[in-house]
Design a binder for this molecule. Structure first.
Ligand code: PMP
Length: 361
């Protein structure tokens, strides 16, 4: 077996130990005579996994008692609809920070459901910067203020959070969920697609404050309603059992490896390695993102020409480092370095970047 360093943005690398454990348990789960993906989701074995997975989120984030954890199919994209459908009923409006490609998608869906007020628009800077959190003010009638904690494509990441008093923050944390500590009590709702730091794709983890849950629209069809998922402990329908099982394995390892303290330290270490090379090779590499908000999970950079970028990606690939091509909408290069990326992967890439710059400068 030869595993490479996979810098893809998601689906992305998962801890090898998790893949091996899942392989070992796949055909027969703990003496049950069947696989975890074959057994009833209403049985005791799966039920235990289901609740342990949610409890691990609670434990890792040290969630206060007035927050609920929901595990919902449909990925983060479904949350672009579910958030406004549940929270903006009765003519309410929300505030939005327009910070890049993912904000654009969330914004487009939100506008179809309710009124949106832009409190930041990064268009003029080509989404290479974020507002000073202290300058972000919420409208007095906003039901919430929405932000993308880390723009996976553009590589901008909020380092501090706007302080907007009683207006709750709603955040899409898909690409930095559980990679750092967050002041949960400033957030009314957090959602994250699973396929970066949690497990396989197709599911979102939603964390919702009880008072916001209580005030959700009563008029939605069952799957679209947060209260109906909360009432059934995310067992309204057949849950994505394999993803939830994998999530349990991933989060157990994260907890045992030191939880968010360790995740945060490692994210800083990996990203420092790459940004240091970018800054130290003259003008060969260029990170377009303002240094105050550079992402610790998606490092974007340009080389002097597009031809050199193509060559860089191809040579890295040949040396066992895949997924370094930037998103098709922006070009350039991007290294996605989530929780499961070993520091050794970032070190190997940093060495390759240094050598490539020396060779082509
Ligand atoms: N938000 C962000 C910040 C993302 O990075 C992604 C996926 N890359 C999504 C939303 C969409 O997630 P999904 O594909 O699970 O719907």
């Amino acid at each position: 077996m030869s595993r490479i360093f996979n810098f893809s943005a998601g689906p992305c690398t998962l801890p090898l130990g998790v893949l091996e454990q899942a392989r070992d348990e796949m055909v027969e789960y703990h003496g049950q005579g069947m696989s975890i993906i074959e057994m009833s989701h209403r049985g005791k074995t799966y039920d235990t996994i289901h609740h342990e997975s949610m409890d691990l989120v609670r434990e890792l984030l040290n969630l206060p008692d007035n927050y609920r954890v929901l595990l919902l199919g449909g990925g983060a994209t479904l949350q672009f609809s579910m958030v406004p459908m549940n929270l903006l009923h009765g003519g309410k409006s929300c505030d939005f920070t327009f910070t890049g490609a993912w904000a654009k998608k969330a914004l487009a869906d939100t506008k179809k459901v309710g009124k949106v007020n832009l409190v930041f628009d990064g268009t003029d800077s080509s989404f290479t910067t974020l507002p000073d959190p202290a300058s972000v003010k919420a409208s007095s009638d906003a039901a919430y203020l929405h932000l993308i904690s880390n723009e996976t494509i553009g590589g901008v990441q909020w380092q501090e959070w706007p302080d907007i008093g009683s207006v709750p923050l709603v955040a899409d944390m898909s690409s930095d969920f559980l990679s750092r500590h967050i002041p949960v009590d400033r957030f009314g709702l957090i959602y994250a697609g699973a396929q970066k730091n949690v497990g396989p794709a197709g599911m979102a983890v939603v964390i919702i404050r009880q008072d916001i849950l209580d005030a959700c629209s009563p008029d939605l069809t069952s799957y679209l309603s947060y209260p109906s998922h909360a009432k059934t402990d995310s067992m309204l329908n057949t849950p994505p059992v394999f993803t939830i099982y994998m999530m349990k394995l991933v989060l157990e390892r994260l907890r045992d490896a030191g939880g968010l303290d360790a995740a945060e330290q490692l994210a800083t270490k990996r990203s420092d390695l790459l940004y240091n090379v970018i800054e130290s090779q003259g003008s060969f590499y260029r990170c377009p993102v303002d240094s105050a908000c550079r992402s610790k999970t998606n490092v974007v950079f340009r080389l002097p020409t597009e031809d050199l970028e193509k060559q860089f990606v191809a040579e890295a690939d040949a040396q066992g480092m895949s997924g370094l091509k930037g998103h098709r909408s922006v070009g350039g290069c991007r290294a996605s370095i989530y929780n499961a990326m070993p520091v050794e992967g970032a070190e190997t890439l940093a060495r390759f970047m240094t050598a490539f710059a020396k060779q082509h400068s």
